[in-house]
Design a protein. Sequence first.
Length: 131
Amino acid sequence: MQALYQVFLFLENKEDFDATEVLLNQFGVEKIDDVPAFSRCIYALALENYDAIQEEISKHLVNWTFNRLDDVCKAILFEAVSEGRYAKLAPRKVVINEAVKMSKNYLKDGDHRFVNAVLDKCIPAYDFQSR
């Protein structure tokens, strides 16, 4: 989530960035193989599907636009949608609950309900197969 937050800051400031460097810096490592595989996967899926994820989130914002969202909120939503729509490495309910927990820790009081509502619409039901 924090690497995605950094990406949103770069985009907001219209600054160039190296996506791999952002992830390496976030984990304080020099080699991409030293970043946990789960984190690499979710981050890569979020960036590869950036436009589709932004469009999906935007479809479910009522009287609001994506660009008006707090960058931390964007990062939480992107991480969860990446995991729930593309990676499917955990049950849908777990993905949403983890995003809600992060929202309670990083966003204003009550924003977790907004995150829960948006993710409930953005992440379709799927059969989770433990790997």
